[in-house]
Design a binder for this molecule. Sequence first.
Ligand code: CMC
Length: 431
Amino acid sequence: MTDDSKKATLTFGDKELELPIFTPTEGPDVIDIRALYAKGGVFTYDPGFTSTASCDSSITYIDGGKGELLHRGYPIDQLAEKSHYLEVCYLLLYGYLPSAAQLEEFENLVTNHTMLHEQMVYFYRGFRRDAHPMAIMTGVVGAMSAFYHDSTDIHDAHAREVATIRLIAKMPTIAAWAYKFSIGQPFVYPRNDLDYASNFLRMCFAVPAEEYEVNPILSRAMDRIFTLHADHEQNASTSTVRLASSSGANPFACIAAGIACLWGPAHGGANQACLEMLKEIGTPDRIPEFIARAKDKNDPFRLMGFGHRVYKNFDPRATVMKQSADEVLELLGVENNPVLQVAKDLEAAALADPYFSEKKLFPNVDFYSGIILEAMGFPTSMFTPIFALSRTVGWISQWKEMITDPTMKIGRPRQLYAGESLRDYVNIEDR
Ligand code: CMC
């Protein structure tokens, strides 16, 4: 991808360096600064990686200006409408849409690996009764390296494949059991006659005392939520997974690191924070007060579910999510939902306000997802675990891509040191 006709020239002091330029299949050109320190003795400074490509990848592409998200070239709105989660998993993992036979084989493989090692039940029981399901998930996924030690050799392609299937297959069971434990209900075991989303719903909402019928409307909505969250190129949690795995750590440890990072309210935790914010606003007449707070530099409050590092236009996932919210609430017979009304009025008020338009702040995926999840019966504490289970395939796809990249190096950023220079130790009696 290096374009020999293009070079960047960097001049500083008495030095002049010529730097190669990469031309990607989509997106802006990338200046290759890898030799900068060796040849020029300087570092670059980019906290938050706002201008730095940390890797090359063929999985997902985002055009933030256009509001476009492509998985292996296919736009997210087409995948959300025409495909389903496990097919998107296949696409992300292997790079192409499967044939009917390949998809059936993949779905069977996933379906037949949904049970957890029975001793993991005791591991769950070690958590506090009121633990947040994300805390439980971080611990349980990390612990998979103890329960499934035979798939931790990252240099063995077969072991990597086994770990991949295990993670995708078991994540719904792990998330559902984290929920069941947090509400004191017995664990519900997976069933192989159900599809991925229906199985998850049943493990969350069934109880042994009565029959549970999966509502196909909810199952389809659940599957769409999984699909919309499946991957998002080099976001904070994916970069965390890549950085953790660059040291050679095992896949379960790396995905646990990704889950921990996702939990933060600036990232996957925003869906819980957003619904809580909409409820706190309560009625449309309080919207101006919250808009004013979001604009106030001295107030740390931000409109949750608004803004994105990459999207400077509508997040295409939010567009699908908003349509889904309307459909699901209507199909469930939930009329005049006050939270949905506050969300719609808040969106309109923010979009009409120059503060948000000038800073290009639009609703993101988390703005409407909580409304659907709550209508489906999930408590807010389950919103981020559902994001984590959906994103697992993205994390694994990026992890696999990285492991097999011959140019892969341990991730080790440099720093702009701002501390004390060399000084002598002072004995305690002299301080
Ligand atoms: N409400 C009010 N002001 C905002 C918001 C917001 N939600 N987001 C950004 N701004 C302002 C910010 O104060 C800054 O203003 P100024 O230039 O005057 O200092 C400007 O917009 C740029 O913000 P930034 O923090 O430099 O941008 P960033 O790219 O570092 O942050 C973000 C991106 C998503 C963390 C941020 O927009 C935010 O905190 N949003 C709310 C949390 C949220 O919804 N997160 C979910 C992201 S999508 C799900 C996922 O993680 O994949």
